[in-house]
Design a protein around this ligand. Structure first.
Ligand code: NDP
Ligand code: GDP
Length: 334
């Protein structure tokens, strides 16, 4: 029989790709949608993938336990993917309490709603490599101690341990994916990869001259979101719930990412990138470099898309978007 999935955060980058994957596998896909005065904009990623009309959106908010319970009663999901969060590290320093409420307690609300209404449902928690923060081992795996460096990472750590705790206390099929950074043309524009590819496109098309960034020395283990949602789904198909690091095993500096993206468009990054102390964070995560050996062995998962291919896809998508704007500016903006 066709399975039913509930995705929180369905309007975000990962939610959109995961919905696409599960639909392709014959799932009925429901997504939690928080109310907004700009509903037509919020479905933009799902529309871009051509699946907005194929998913069932249901109103609710992660911080409202009553809505989480009502949604479980209505949807009766076989699988729950908890992807909703205040997901931007820099914003978490400005809004630490909101981040704790949504990213931390929101996950507890979802776990409670599942435990109360549908304890047999399988549960996925979107944990993060940011939990490793000030890294305690050169390569980070499932046994590496955590050392969070931002309110976002602290909130994610709470959600992570609550997931482990519900698995151990109540026997729930609850798994946690410790995902390293993953990007795509659907990545939020405030994250550094997308900010760079968008900047490259603007500069290439003569819409801007420079791109202002913060710390260029940090390194990240960047993969493609389309690959990473495959790992989420694979975790919930295992007989036994568990936690997995999902990464490429390659780490690259922001500086080298700039070099790659600008070169792809025939530009020299040093002619355009300027740095600003305003964009430095109160505490930085200098290096993230994951060891995905367990996921490869247990899930048969590995990253397929190379960083070079992902950069090309992202720059091309941003060029196409800005070219569209240049070709046909709305009269009021022209
Ligand atoms: P996005 O920021 O793109 O999406 C976040 C989603 O959460 C959006 O759909 C947003 O809705 C929703 N949301 C925010 N607050 C609430 C709320 N109070 N109630 C209900 N929904 C809410 O994140 P990504 O897709 O990039 O990431 C998915 C998850 O994976 C997140 O939890 C993130 O922290 C985590 N993660 C991501 C990594 C990455 O590199 N992308 C790495 C590791 C973990 P709206 O559209 O209305 O804003
Ligand atoms: P994060 O790993 O979840 O914090 O993902 P980001 O893409 O937001 O940041 C990755 C790294 O890029 C961090 O070390 C940032 O300090 C660094 N960085 C440098 N300049 C910028 C910038 O202008 N914006 C963002 N978002 N990050 C930047």
């Amino acid at each position: 029989m066709a399975k039913t999935a509930l995705i929180t955060g369905i309007t975000g980058q990962d939610g959109a790709y995961l919905a696409q994957l599960l639909l392709s596998r014959g799932y009925t896909v429901h997504g939690l949608l928080r109310r907004s005065a700009s509903a037509e904009i919020i479905g933009e990623r799902l529309r871009w993938l051509g699946i907005l009309n194929d998913v069932q959106l249901i109103d609710g908010d992660l911080i409202d336990l009553s809505s989480c319970i009502r949604i479980m009663q209505t949807v009766k999901p076989d699988e729950v993917y908890n992807l909703a969060a205040q997901s931007f590290v820099a914003a978490s320093f400005q809004q630490p309490l909101l981040t704790g409420t949504v990213t931390g307690l929101g996950a507890a609300n979802m776990l409670e709603a599942v435990r109360i209404v549908c304890p047999q449902a399988r549960f996925y928690q979107a944990s993060s490599s940011e939990m490793f923060g000030k890294i305690q081992a050169q390569l980070q795996n499932e046994r590496t101690p955590f050392y969070p460096r931002s309110p976002y990472a602290v909130a994610k750590l709470y959600a992570h341990w609550m997931t482990v705790n519900y698995r151990e206390s109540f026997g729930m099929h609850a798994s946690s994916g410790i995902l390293f950074n993953h990007e795509s043309p659907l990545r939020g524009i405030e994250f550094v990869t997308r900010k760079v590819t968008d900047g490259v496109a603007r500069i290439k098309l003569g819409l801007a001259r420079e791109l202002k960034l913060g710390n260029l020395d940090a390194t990240r283990d960047w993969g493609h979101a389309r690959d990473y949602v495959q790992a989420m789904a694979a975790m919930l198909q295992q007989d036994t719930p568990d936690d997995y690091v999902i990464a490429t095993g390659r780490t690259t500096s922001i500086r080298d990412f700039c070099h790659m993206a600008f070169s792809y468009a025939g530009l020299n990054w040093q002619d355009h990138v300027v740095t600003s102390a305003d964009l430095l964070r109160p505490a930085e995560v200098d290096v993230l470099h994951g060891d995905p050996a367990k996921a490869k062995q247990a899930l048969g998962w590995h990253a397929v898309t190379s960083l070079e291919d992902m950069v090309a896809e992202m720059v091309e998508a941003d060029l196409a978007r800005h070219r569209g704007r240049i070709a046909a500016p709305p009269p009021s903006l022209g």
